[in-house]
Design a protein around this ligand. Sequence first.
Ligand code: PLP
Length: 326
Amino acid sequence: MSNPSFLQIPKTPVTDLGEAYGNHLFVKRDDLISYSFGGNKVRKAVLFFEEIDRGGYDTVVTYGSEPSNHCRVVASLAADRNLPCILITKVEDGGRGKTTNNERLAAICGARRIFVTRDEVHDAIEKTMEDLRLAGRHPYFVPAGGHGNPGTHAYVQCYREIREEEERTGTVFDRIFLASGTGTTQAGLVAGKLLHGDPVQIIGISIARTNPRGENIVRESVRSYLPDFPEEEINRAVIFDDGRILGGYGKADEKETACILDVWRRFGIPLDATYTGKAFYGMTCYLGEHGIAGENILFLHTGGAPLFFDDLAAGRLTKDKEEENT
Ligand SMILES: *Cc1c(COP(=O)(O)O)cnc(C)c1O
């Protein structure tokens, strides 16, 4: 059984990168959470595991893609408790890709994979849960990506940390940018901002979904967390930019790759092609297109270090295609 205090996430650092892209740039390093390579999936999953611990569940089931950071973290937290873990894993339309670092890290935690196609996901989850119950188990399903009120709450807590940082340093952030997938992370920051009545703008850069679906899912998550809050205010506070999907989920175009290299060389900060690279590059485009200059900009680094190393090993950040793994 795990030591609960080690799952208390300490405040993550905010790094001042100075003048960059016409603004004063800061990065909040949620990628440096000191557990399982960190990232937003740790903040979220820890709260779901509080429910798992309280409810006396004996098996953990979740769902994700082959490179999923969420599956890695859930596998770690389950292993820590000696709970069997089943990862329903969606394979891309073209079939199984190369084994990812996140898959390897989940495997060494003993997690079992069930590979399914996109169309099979729903039924596979139902059947897995049903079979476990019939076998006398008490399984818990963690929603994909840690979506749901506990996940939203994790980023309300992160928003409080951002405010504390502002109070400590006297810097007020004008805008916060982040990678938005299921939108739960963004929903938490937006809920935090609304609860405090702050003017800061929170801009989610979509890594896959398009509008209106993308922004509506973020709004729904905020509404579910703040059911009594005026709906128009929630709608206005959700900015979901779907213009930066570029090469598509998991794929970088040349400009995104150039940006990832630039950030590594200048600041020593790793960005991956799927999430943080798209969001960071999208942020630089957004700042330019909206004529934003001289502001304090905070980029929330949501993690994904194992993906950075996948990209590196596959030669996606270099031109040496001959280095690709086989
Ligand atoms: C999952 C993930 C996101 C997206 O988070 P959501 O809450 O699903 O929007 C962003 N960055 C990284 C590195 C992730 O793993």
